[in-house]
Design a protein around this ligand. Structure first.
Ligand code: FES
Length: 235
């Protein structure tokens, strides 16, 4: 396998050609934050939390292939400010009820905001509004917390091959859900829950009454939890 030499934060390393800068940095213990990235499952390069500096440019490292002689900086002022702006923009359309959220202190967005020392938000504007979808006996969907990373969609389609959810609408109106914005219970969802594991925030979570509901349902055989692939691990 052909190798390339790159410089990351002053450290010269050799990696296989085709390795992304994100993975190369990981190999030498340099942490670059990510939100939308799930290795080999979801690599849309859409959140931009992973930007690094290469020459005069800021580039998303999760899809940037290492090239011979590349000089990458992962923690400059410019990089930190860009990441901060990215996270502030995401937070500007996020239901920020962190203290009562199930993912409090286990939320990737909250953790990144803390690491970037975000103490106040510069951006306020229109917010996505939607009722919480409690229709499924297993999975609750809170669109107002969704950050549109697409990890749940990719897991549902590429890993589980169920295709119950996708992006709906366009522009600011974009949300994640079953086609035609139907309730989850009316979709082909098999209640495997892998989307919950893939979600970086609290937009998808296990129904708190799941055990009661399962006892109550008339025909439980129809709702057996199926796991067709190993659980997705957060990168
Ligand atoms: Fe790279 Fe989202 S993690 S763009």
């Amino acid at each position: 396998m052909e190798k390339v030499k790159i410089m990351i934060d002053g450290l010269e390393i050799e990696v296989e050609k085709g390795t992304t800068v994100l993975e190369a940095a990981k190999e030498v213990g340099i942490h670059i934050p990510t939100l939308c990235y799930l290795k080999n499952v979801n690599e849309p390069s859409s959140c931009r939390a992973c930007v690094v500096e290469v020459g005069p440019r800021l580039i998303a490292s999760c899809t940037l292939k290492a090239e011979d002689g590349m000089n990458i900086k992962t923690n400059t002022k410019k990089v930190r400010e860009a990441r901060k702006t990215v996270v502030e923009l995401i937070l500007s359309d996020h239901k920020r009820e962190c203290t009562s959220c199930l993912r409090n202190e286990k939320c990737e967005l909250q953790s990144l905001a803390n690491n970037l020392n975000i103490r106040e938000l510069r951006f306020e504007g229109e917010r996505t509004r939607a009722e919480i979808d409690y229709s499924s006996p297993a999975i609750v969907r809170d669109i107002e917390k969704c950050i549109l990373c697409g990890r749940c969609i990719a897991t549902c389609s590429n890993v589980q091959t169920v295709n119950a959810i996708g992006f709906i609408n366009r522009g600011f109106g974009t949300i994640v859900g079953p086609s035609f914005d139907k309730p989850l219970a009316d979709s082909v969802c098999i209640n495997c829950g892998q989307c919950i594991l893939a979600c970086p925030v609290g937009a998808l979570y296990e129904h708190e009454n799941i055990n009661d509901i399962w006892r109550e349902i008339e025909n439980p055989d129809k709702l057996v939890v199926v796991q067709t692939a190993p659980a997705v691990r957060v990168a």
